[in-house]
Design a protein around this ligand. Structure first.
Ligand SMILES: Cc1cc2nc3c(=O)[nH]c(=O)nc-3n(C[C@H](O)[C@H](O)[C@H](O)COP(=O)(O)OP(=O)(O)OC[C@H]3O[C@@H](n4cnc5c(N)ncnc54)[C@H](O)[C@@H]3O)c2cc1C
Length: 378
């Protein structure tokens, strides 16, 4: 079997590794437009449950990656200067570059050929293969090539965000909300390796326009964000890595394959970063595709159909949760009108996937604090 994979992100690298592990004689090549050590962003988080998939499907990789992870048990929410701990919502984090290096090595050791600084401009360049996998992210060439057949769409959310780093260790995943300069801001911040944290700044479209962010250069933006989050940063400077303001793209596709081409990861679907699942979904797609190819017994068309019918129902549940979470963030200035405890309850139930009983089980400390204030959980 000859397989060409576009994109050496988590989806492409992990799929390459899985395929080569299963089919020792297969020719598996990954084409990546950037250098091997280039990356955007800083660290990424996985929810506790998000790592269970790896432990179940590939314990060897799970064991190897575990020592590289920073992990914690609570989320901290800061609103009106008050800190509220929501216990039991565990997360683990890793630097994006560290994760890529880890996956690059595993793929290389398994015998996957990785070709860097090789952008693929058109699909006919890869004509001589049995299977083309578009693991080529949000701007996927494979998806754009078959946009009509795949019923593909990309919509952009209204909020603006910029992904910074900070040389500081936050003790838990922290969501700091604040009002400043007549507008509303939120930072998602968490450590991802000793001494380093991700610091994503988010604001609504109105604050962005009124605050003049559109016309600020990178340095001016950093200075303004440092001032807005002075309490959280406590003197630490923000670090930029192409940290421009962006709007989150919501990618949707009615189908994921056409002829001998299939899309996986962000190329096929995105999940808002507030639920920390994009990387996990990309790697789970790779697991599901590898399995479907094995079950399809060499018939690529049948395998791709199996892949989609097995994977879509599972994925839809998480994507629906991500859409609900993104919707909450799109209205966060409105939610900030609530008192801190009510705000925290609204935050933790935002994806519609945590019923009161489940919350009581997961976060007994938070629920006790909520009820002790005379509020009723329902
Ligand atoms: C602000 C922000 C925060 C996030 N935080 C988290 C988080 O905390 N946890 C989490 O799980 N996820 C997070 N994500 C999402 C996560 O980054 C993505 O879901 C994940 O990277 C998807 O992996 P992928 O392999 O599908 O795509 P990508 O990682 O985007 O990789 C695609 C690769 O394809 C390459 N490529 C594209 N086109 C071509 C071409 N024509 N030829 C050759 N190469 C090509 C690109 O250079 C890239 O390397 C976040 C995203 C954002 C924007």
């Amino acid at each position: 079997m000859r397989v060409a994979i576009l994109g050496a992100g988590p989806a492409g690298l992990y799929l390459g590794y899985l395929l080569k592990r299963r089919y020792k004689n297969a020719d598996v090549r990954i084409f990546e437009q950037n250098r091997a050590d280039a990356t955007f962003g800083f660290g990424v988080v996985f929810s506790d449950r998000a790592l269970e998939f790896l432990n179940e499907d590939d314990p060897e990789t799970y064991q190897a990656i575990s020592p590289l992870l920073e992990s914690w048990r609570d989320i901290t929410l800061v609103h009106r200067g008050e800190r509220i701990a929501i216990d039991g919502i565990g997360f683990a984090a890793i630097g994006r570059l560290q994760l890529l290096r880890f996956l690059q090595k595993r793929a290389r050791d398994a015998g996957v050929e990785q070709v860097y600084e090789r952008p693929v401009a058109t699909l006919p360049e890869l004509a001589d293969v049995d299977l083309i996998v578009g693991a080529d992210g949000v701007n996927s060439l494979v998806r754009r090539t078959y946009a009509d057949r795949l019923d593909a769409s990309v919509e952009y959310l209204n909020n603006r965000f910029a992904w910074f780093g900070a040389a500081k260790e936050f003790s838990t995943l922290t969501q700091t909300f604040c009002e400043a300069d007549g507008g509303f801001f939120n930072a998602h911040h968490y450590r991802y390796q000793p001494g380093m944290s991700t610091f994503i700044v988010e604001t609504d479209a109105e604050t962005f326009a009124k605050g003049g962010f559109e016309t600020m250069n990178e340095q001016e933006t950093i200075v303004r964000c440092e001032r807005i989050f002075a309490d959280a940063l406590d003197g630490t400077r923000l670090i930029s890595n192409h940290s421009i303001w962006r709007r989150f793209p919501v990618v949707r596709c009615g189908r994921w394959s056409e002829k001998n081409c299939v899309i996986i990861g962000d190329a096929a679907h995105t999940a808002h970063f507030s639920i920390g699942s994009g990387t996990r979904l990309a790697m789970e797609d790779a697991i599901a595709l590898d399995r479907a190819l094995a079950d399809g017994g060499g018939n690529i068309g049948q395998s791709l159909e199996r892949y989609e019918s097995a994977r879509r129902p599972v994925l839809d549940k998480i994507v629906n949760g991500a859409v609900a979470s993104a919707g909450w963030y799109e209205n966060f200035p409105e939610h900030m009108q609530r008192a801190p405890l009510d705000f925290a309850m609204s935050y933790i139930t935002r994806s519609g996937r945590i019923e009161p009983d489940k919350l009581r089980r997961l976060s007994p400390g938070f629920v006790a604090q909520y009820e002790a204030s005379g509020r009723v959980l329902n």
